[in-house]
Design a protein around this ligand. Structure first.
Ligand code: V0V
Ligand code: CO
Length: 153
């Protein structure tokens, strides 16, 4: 079951400048940042709020590390903007299987590694009314984690 908006993925040309815009304009701080080589992105997660399923909602700022990556190709065509919407679930495998059975293309056979040790998969935007849609199961919290269920940065 999809129980929250986990994040909105926002493509940008310059991650540091975009992070500074969100900090200076809204007061949002970077909760976590990493490079995901497989996905071809350098990313910053800005935690906006906790959710009643014990998770949280983030903005995910994404800068491509390669021009031929999904975000690199998308930026070249569209410029900066909202790249994808991610829904959170406790069981990405089950939800991806259910959605595949409904005839929507799920891009990965098995979920792959996402931000903060999460497991992620994507639904094809052409099957989702133009929205690249991600499904996310967060990494299980460690005993030392703060409330909100995610690893500290
Ligand atoms: C492409 N299209 C999109 C789109 N990207 N439509 C809406 N939103 C997007 N983000 C449209 C594009 O305009 C084309 O439509 C059509 O799909 C085919 O696009 P393409 O440019 O030829 O690109 P493809 O087919 O090579 O790749 C598109 C897909 C690719 C969606 C298959 O971007 C992909 O595999 N994405 C999943 C991985 C990803 O996005 N990773 C980065 C985030 P027309 O022109 O034919 O009408 S990583 C992340 O979120 C992480 C790590 C995390 O959350 O933890
Ligand atoms: Co994402």
């Amino acid at each position: 079951m999809l129980t929250r908006i986990d994040h909105i993925g926002i493509a940008c040309f310059d991650l540091d400048k975009t992070v500074e815009f969100y900090r200076a304009t809204y007061g949002f701080e970077v909760y976590h940042s990493e490079i995901n080589e497989e996905q071809g992105v350098r990313e910053a997660m800005l935690r906006i709020n906790g959710t009643d399923d014990g998770g949280a909602t983030y903005l995910q700022l994404l800068e491509p590390v390669r021009e031929d990556s999904p975000v690199g190709k998308w930026l070249a065509k569209n410029g900066e903007g909202v790249h994808h919407v991610a829904f959170g679930t406790a069981d990405v495998d089950a939800d991806a299987a259910d959605i595949r059975d409904k005839g929507v293309r799920v891009l990965y056979e098995e979920p792959r590694r996402g931000s903060m040790g999460s497991r992620i998969t994507f639904l094809h935007p052409k099957d989702c009314h133009g929205i690249l849609t991600e499904l996310v199961t967060s990494a299980p919290p460690a005993p030392s984690d703060p409330p909100g269920g995610h690893p500290a940065p």
